[in-house]
Write a protein that binds this ligand. Structure first.
Ligand SMILES: Cc1cc2nc3c(=O)[nH]c(=O)nc-3n(C[C@H](O)[C@H](O)[C@H](O)COP(=O)(O)OP(=O)(O)OC[C@H]3O[C@@H](n4cnc5c(N)ncnc54)[C@H](O)[C@@H]3O)c2cc1C
Length: 452
């Protein structure tokens, strides 16, 4: 690869002067994500500013079969943007234009480097927002990374995940071909849903250079609060009941007692250390009052007791620290995580199974997540000696989720951490995925070594 790489870098330096780097600090920054997975340095980092730049870089890489890994903020948790085969990291974080806001269609066109929270600040004067907030990473995660990981978040119960909000995309395939996928319609019956393949493809099929997103109107009123439970299974049961009874909740987040204890230690939030649900409802003043009452009735019926959030705190400014608060308990330990998704009715069974796995293996498992959409994160802190046991517990949790009709990844993607489960979850359908990859990226240069 070296001769081809040197020739490519020489061509790139001509093409994008000052936007190609081989500096050790830049290579180190592009070598990892927010997970504890091993870092891998690329040979160079390139910062495109336009679709034309991306086309030019991909064509050069394709001609020489140089690996090319797109990157947003690098906030992934499964090693998704780690350039395990070296080559070029295509850092899209400088493509930050909000190209057009169309309030009449509830849509926005953006470049992939726009940061989630910055987009919502820009949409606020229009009375609009982009709902699938990735919570703890909302201040850094880029739209390109969210689309590539099919991210979701606290409001996905009411509004859906990222895939539900992507209407169209301009993309560059692995051969450097420029394509427009999708259209501006909410519903269409025209041809294969190639856009749907792009969402969640973790930069392995094509590089997105422009995205058309569907937005939601900002609610006139909202109310949030917390409920604590005697045990985690009761909290899971309450969540399943809220959804089963069709209560119009915008967010239902679950935190187990260990996670709350970690949050208290991290931020001195002074929360009661019991399993809890954090709820939010959206609508008109009257609609919110009605939905809150209905939600409270259901939750109290399953043993939930309301608690008051710390004075002046928004629930999500506490919840967003969950991942960091757990990691901070033992800063030198690695975080072994499972990002499970299951059908909502199976939530109590999975929570009970996680408790059994923790007991059997004498491990501390922290459980929390977007329970209202059936997503549960299980985090275990482990040093080198503890790691095999922690990974065996993760395998057991994934097996339990799959047996319940679930998935090994609710929202973080397959990346490096979950790819070991691809065949277990998808069976021979993995072959079809590989065939799709070969069509988009015949030389396999785009983010190689990921997903399966
Ligand atoms: C504290 C914390 C909390 C989090 N909470 C959530 C959460 O609630 N929900 C959730 O879903 N995730 C969450 N995450 C994970 C992560 O923040 C999201 O997956 C996020 O969307 C990643 O965006 P990014 O810009 O950092 O992408 P990166 O990590 O840089 O990249 C992600 C993937 O996208 C690809 N990619 C990037 N740009 C492009 C492009 N232009 N075209 C094609 N592919 C591209 C990369 O190759 C990679 O495979 C959390 C992470 C942290 C650290």
């Amino acid at each position: 690869m070296t001769a081809g790489l040197d020739a490519m870098l020489a061509a790139l330096e001509q093409l994008l002067p000052d936007r190609v780097s081989r500096r050790p600090a830049d290579l180190a920054a592009a070598a990892h994500d927010a997970s504890s997975l091993p870092a891998a340095r690329p040979d160079a980092v390139v910062w495109p500013l336009s679709t034309d730049d991306v086309v030019a870089v991909v064509r050069l890489a394709s001609e020489r079969a140089i690996p090319l890994t797109a990157r947003g903020a690098g906030s992934s948790l499964e090693g998704n943007p780690i350039p395990v085969r070296g080559g070029i990291v295509l850092d899209c974080s400088r493509m930050t234009r909000v190209i057009a806001v169309r309030p009449e269609d509830l849509q926005v066109d953006v470049e992939p480097g726009v940061v989630y929270a910055a987009l919502n600040r820009e949409l606020r004067p229009h009375g609009l927002f982009f709902p699938p907030s990735p919570g703890g990473s909302a201040d850094v995660a880029t739209i390109g990374g969210m689309v590539a990981n099919n991210a979701s978040g606290i409001y996905s119960v009411k509004y859906g995940g990222t895939r539900d909000h992507v209407r169209a995309a301009t993309v560059v395939t692995g051969t450097g071909e420029l394509l427009r996928l999708g259209n501006r319609c909410r519903k269409s019956a025209s041809g294969y849903h190639l856009l749907g393949l792009l969402v969640g493809s973790e930069g392995t099929l094509a590089i997105a250079t422009e995205l058309t997103l569907a937005l939601a109107g900002r609610p006139a009123a909202r109310r949030q609060g917390g409920f604590r439970f005697a045990d985690a299974t009761a909290a899971a049961r309450a969540t399943a009941e809220l959804i089963r009874f069709g209560i119009d909740v915008a967010a239902v987040e679950f935190l187990d007692d260990r996670t709350i204890a970690a949050l208290n230690r991290f931020g001195a939030f002074d929360l009661v250390e019991a399993p809890a649900l954090l709820l939010e409802v959206h609508g008109s003043e009257a609609g919110v009052a009605e939905a809150w009452q209905a939600a409270e009735d259901v939750v109290r019926g399953t043993g939930g007791v309301p608690f008051v959030l710390p004075e002046g705190r928004d629930a999500w400014t506490i919840r967003e620290h969950a991942t960091r608060a757990i990691a901070a308990l033992r800063p030198t330990a690695a975080t072994v995580r499972a990002d499970l998704a299951i059908p909502i009715g199976a939530l109590p069974t999975l929570v009970a199974r996680a408790a059994a796995i923790a007991r059997e293996r004498a491990l501390a498992i922290h459980l929390f997540g977007h329970a209202g959409i059936g997503i549960l994160h299980a985090l275990v802190l482990a040093d080198d000696a503890e790691r095999p046991a922690a990974e065996a517990a993760r395998d057991a949790l994934v097996d339990a989720a799959l047996a319940l009709g679930g998935s090994c990844s609710g929202e973080h993607g397959m990346g490096l951490g979950n790819r070991r489960y691809a065949a277990r979850e998808h069976g021979s359908a993995v072959r079809l995925m590989q065939g799709v990859k070969a069509l988009f990226d015949p030389r396999s240069i785009l983010n190689p070594g990921k997903i399966w």
